[in-house]
Design a protein. Sequence first.
Length: 370
Amino acid sequence: MNLLEKLDLELIWFDSLGAKSACIAITSSIGKIIIDPGAAEMQPSYPLPIEEKFKLRAKALSKIENACRQAKIIIITHYHYDHHVLPDDPDIRSGREFYLCGKLLILKNPNIYINESQWNRARLFLTKILQLVNDDLNKYLTSPEVQEFEDPVEKLSIALSKDFKNYQARREELLRKGKKWFIRLKQLWSRSKWIIDGIKLSDNSHITWGDNKTFSFGNVEVRILEPWFHGIEYDRTGWVIPIIIRKSNYTIFYSSDLMGPQIEDYAEFIIKLRPDIVILDGPPTYLYPYMLSKANLERAVSNVKLIINQARPKLLIYDHHLLRDCKWRRRVEEVFIEVKKSDVSLLTAAEYLGDKPLIDKLCSNSFTTS
């Protein structure tokens, strides 16, 4: 029996299977826990006809929906549509059975450390969830509870002390612009109506925010971290809440969307955690070099190498954004070289499930690391 089977941890769907997703499940003594039950079709550059992309998304959601129907707890780390699905989505049979029926929904806090797009998506999502029980989100709006918000970049001591050489001037410019963006977001958080925590949907179903909380579900402990950037410092895509799972004296780290990780302090946290299993979204190499710079790709590669070399997890699932690009193996070749020098098992979700990543099948000129 391999480690994931021993822990009853399932890789439900990931990008290596052909639709955008990073959905996992772990079974506790009180029921199944699902993390990020969403799926989106692949981007225009992905080498498949659009009809096939939609079919794969529907296939992904069918598998995710079957898992959610059995779940007692659903966790959503942020409000991108490859991490959650609206309850009236035509590719699911019943939003009520998907999200309700005795479930605890643990969500990324929709009021703080969230960008404008996800602020709006969170409110749409919660509006539709409440409609399932003939309720109205407006009943749960309140005045902001906090007016001052700490700048999370100021805590990134390793990243801020790093010398980026030729990229340093550009990096400092981006940090200045990012600071202004953060200040504008603070105005949104401090002046707009908040959604209260702890909405009761039924006698045995309710919603709570997960940020910086720890939950015990029978024999499984779930520690949800404070919001981390979805990429680099002040990344415009916002924040996510990574998750640490502990079961049977094993530790699992689920990254959500760190895009690498690209931030050195996040890599150092993972190293100090020394998890047995790391489920890690790799850098979005399909955006290189226009929306992913050479410097930030190098950061992501360097950080994964450090995790492999110093944390030495037993298993590293390396997937999500990375598996959207024909050249992904070439872009992160140094990671595979590092793995060969270690005893770490690095696999995509498809490879763990006994198949070849779909992108490798589709790209006749796929690069290998041999």
